[in-house]
Ligand binder design. Structure first.
Ligand SMILES: [Zn+2]
Ligand SMILES: [Zn+2]
Length: 127
């Protein structure tokens, strides 16, 4: 009886050990796979970012070459900072989808709005 019990115990221990080893191997494989996936993701992310930057630089190049004798000083205060008061273009491309073209509004309060997306400046207080 005793012998059988120890035999079963031994088998159980060996089984547990095997499961543990298998788990270790799987964990190792998974971590390698995970690292590979992460690095791949980072790679593609970095590539996308570089591409976007290049595109942006290309788009920005010649952006201000529209024949306008830009004047980025605006004593009226109706335009956002670094916006040409002749053509309404910003000195730098603004963040977001719209390359705003600011137009001073006929308003007693110095203000303007984007011709393309009608974003107001200064920002209107909500409510
Ligand atoms: Zn201009
Ligand atoms: Zn706009």
């Amino acid at each position: 009886m005793r012998g059988t019990f120890f035999a079963y115990l031994g088998l159980a221990l060996v089984g547990l050990l095997l499961i543990y080893l298998a788990w270790l191997v799987l964990a190792a494989i998974w971590s390698v796979f995970d690292e590979w996936m992460t690095s791949r993701e980072l790679d593609s992310f970095a590539r996308e970012y570089a591409e976007k930057r290049a595109e942006r630089r290309e788009a920005d190049f010649g952006r201000l070459e529209n024949g306008c004798d830009h004047d980025f000083s605006h004593p009226l205060g109706a335009l956002p900072l670094n916006v040409c008061r002749h053509c309404g273009l910003g000195k730098d491309r603004p963040v977001g989808g719209c390359d705003h073209v600011w137009r001073v509004r006929a308003d007693p309060i110095p203000s303007s709005a984007c011709e393309k997306c009608s974003k107001p400046y200064p920002m209107e207080e909500p409510g």
